[in-house]
Design a protein around this ligand. Structure first.
Ligand SMILES: [Zn+2]
Ligand SMILES: [Zn+2]
Length: 113
């Protein structure tokens, strides 16, 4: 498979991979594992349409399950939005932006309750 082990990933390559049977198999393996099933960002329990987000694209095509975290679609958008638009959040790469989103959402939900 073309993208295996490549350090950089093009948008087109990524999209092709996300629609591939290989990625479907990785997802199935993840959900069958004992790894967390709730959203990494907001702690919502697994729901239909839950995404698996890459902590890193370094091993794209040959992911370790540890490279993935579940996120709900809304939180997933937030993570990638922060990664694209917020230099502070993006300072430590994609995983940094993921943790930044979690800190942000956790602070907000604490304020509400
Ligand atoms: Zn969430
Ligand atoms: Zn993602």
């Amino acid at each position: 498979m073309g993208v295996t082990g490549r350090g950089t990933v093009t948008k087109a390559g990524y999209r092709a991979y996300i629609n591939s049977p290989e990625w479907a198999a990785v997802r199935a393996r993840y959900w069958a594992s004992k790894l967390p099933h709730e959203c990494y960002v907001c702690d919502a329990p697994r729901q239909k349409g839950m995404h698996l987000h890459h902590r890193t694209y370094k091993n794209l095509g040959a992911e370790r399950l540890m490279d993935l975290v579940p996120v709900c679609p809304t939180c997933h958008d937030l993570v990638h939005h922060l990664h694209r638009t917020n230099p502070v959040a993006a300072r430590n790469g994609l995983w940094g932006a993921t943790k930044y989103a979690r800190a942000m959402v956790q602070k907000q939900s604490k304020r509400r309750s």
